[in-house]
Design a binder for this molecule. Sequence first.
Ligand code: HEC
Length: 128
Amino acid sequence: MLIVSCDNPSSRLGTNPEEAVTFQPIDVSNLPRPLDPVLAKGQDIYIQYCGRCHQIGKAGAPRTGKKSDWSTRRRKGLDLLIKHAIEGYESPSGNEMPPRGGEKTLSDTEVAAAVKLMLHLSIGNTDQ
Ligand code: HEC
């Protein structure tokens, strides 16, 4: 027997309800400061140098807080994501992540902290 509920938005739209909701960019500058010092440092760096592209997905950048933007990339492993953020990265589709987000003065540790913060907010996991 097939039960169809007219009140269920997912059956009406034929989509996953999570995906049906429009993505609301995370305003990281208004989030509480993380207790973990690495994530707290990452939040400072992110607000200053990374959010301008990653908050709204400018130029094809994976959006912070949007799990599906990150789940495939996450499988590369943390080390490779950090390497790409430091050295820069261009996917076959031609979108470009500039080395260190375009800010040459950032140290490797600072870039890594920002990557961890982005993963923390998007996937909730910053382990290897
Ligand atoms: C000028 C825009 C811009 C800025 C600023 C920027 N990014 Fe990106 N970033 C991108 C784009 C575009 C991509 C997607 C590249 C692709 O897959 O083609 C990307 C991808 C990434 C990835 C995924 C790399 C991979 O291997 O899939 C990481 C991690 C990342 N950025 C971290 C950072 C960090 C950390 C900062 C700040 C220090 C930053 N980005 C600043 C545009 C930007």
